[in-house]
Ligand binder design. Sequence first.
Ligand code: FAD
Length: 476
Amino acid sequence: MRIAIIGGGIAGLAAAYELQKSRAAGQPVEYTLYETRPRLGGSLASEVVAGAVLEAGPDSFLTEKPAAAELCRELGLGDALLPSNDAARKTWIVVKNRLVALPDGLMFLIPTKLVPTALTPLFSLRTKIRMGLELLHPPRASEGDESVAALVERHYGAEAVDRLADPLLSGIYGGDATQLSARTVLARLVEMEKKYGSLTRGMLAAHKHMREAAKNSAKTQKRAAPPIFTALRGGMQQLVDALEATLDPAAIRTGTPVNKLERTASGWRITTAAAAEQYDAIIMAAPAWAAGAMLSGVDAELGAELAAIPYSSSITLNLIYDESKLGTLPEGFGFLVPASEGCAMLACTFVHRKFLGRTPPGKAVFRAFLGGMRGEAMLAESDEALVATVRRELSQILGKKVFDAAVEPEHVQVARWRRAMAQYAVGHQERMQRIRARLAALPGLRLAGNAYDGIGIPDCIRLGRQAARELTGPAS
Ligand SMILES: Cc1cc2nc3c(=O)[nH]c(=O)nc-3n(C[C@H](O)[C@H](O)[C@H](O)COP(=O)(O)OP(=O)(O)OC[C@H]3O[C@@H](n4cnc5c(N)ncnc54)[C@H](O)[C@@H]3O)c2cc1C
């Protein structure tokens, strides 16, 4: 069986790895991986500068989703897995240019502890009263999807959207809470609302259940809580390099965009600038907007559905500083900026705090995240302008004594990610049903990537490997 993989991001690489395993296990599988860019990895890209690991794209993955760590271990990268420094975890929200800590007891956006919620300066008295009354919230009558903002506002008010839901989710999706689908992004909360009405009551019940389960398992085995995030000591590039090393170099076509995709009597034909080639099956791991364009000639409806999945663009800036030239930073991993603050920055990570051992002693690394659904125009700004904006905003937020905008960074890295992050907009589940129905009539075509069933690295890996297995059967 000849299989083409289109797109060499983490989803396409995971698919190729799985096909390579099938081939090694003696299955009659051939594959070719097409990638537009000169390098593999898609959004995963890191470099080491003067001993500091700088992530241009993702810096880590959620530990609770096992697919990424599992793959790393399979690739011999078990020793390179690096837990987040959770002992020092504290997240700040910027409110009127000042840092306010997220109150203790917040679970998945939901306040579960009375005293910290009552005392936090993050919310006005009105919102706090609303949070208390939320315990009496009735279940929602309608079954239809709604935006994250609508769900959170209905329960806790507009301020909770502005200061909690929007900044927390824009850090993950570069998205906008008024557009993101509650059923997709907050599926757990939607289920809780159905059962309990009140999200706080639902979360308290889930928490009680988890505590009891943890107590029971602690009786049988003593295990430390897993870290929230897991990174790689050498950066995400380590995963890309390790995957590439397992693949057949002759099967990799970087710098080769697929221009056209057609169905033929016996399968599929791919056209690139160099040639047209025939395959039995296709794993489409390019972003949905690119997939939509390629597939519109095969099935116009499928092409239109894929092309309609919105994407956001983002920018990351890494700034390395000599710590002795800065004041004392607030504790914790960094801060999030609500849209209402009117800043260019959506978030900033204190990299040297989040993952220990990836920054040389005496250096501080700031990683600012800009752009998102509301900041598309920023991608056109020059590197110099972006760096100046971030330095100015860091000084405003942290205070001049802590961060003086006039102090020069030792190194600056700017990365632009155009239309890289899919947005699960309201109605995403229904769109996915329509997409699956169209795919059922196109044998040998599989989709993988961040536009469908999970934005993070573990989900992209899971979908890539699953697509390969569905075409070939398990490797061993
Ligand atoms: C700045 C940033 C920070 C992030 N942070 C995190 C994080 O901390 N943790 C986390 O889990 N996730 C994070 N994510 C999300 C995660 O990195 C992505 O969702 C994931 O890497 C997407 O992988 P993918 O393979 O689906 O797509 P991509 O990485 O976009 O790869 C798709 C590839 O397809 C190629 N392509 C497009 N058209 C064609 C064509 N016609 N022919 C051939 N090739 C084509 C593209 O060049 C690209 O390389 C972040 C994303 C970004 C952008």
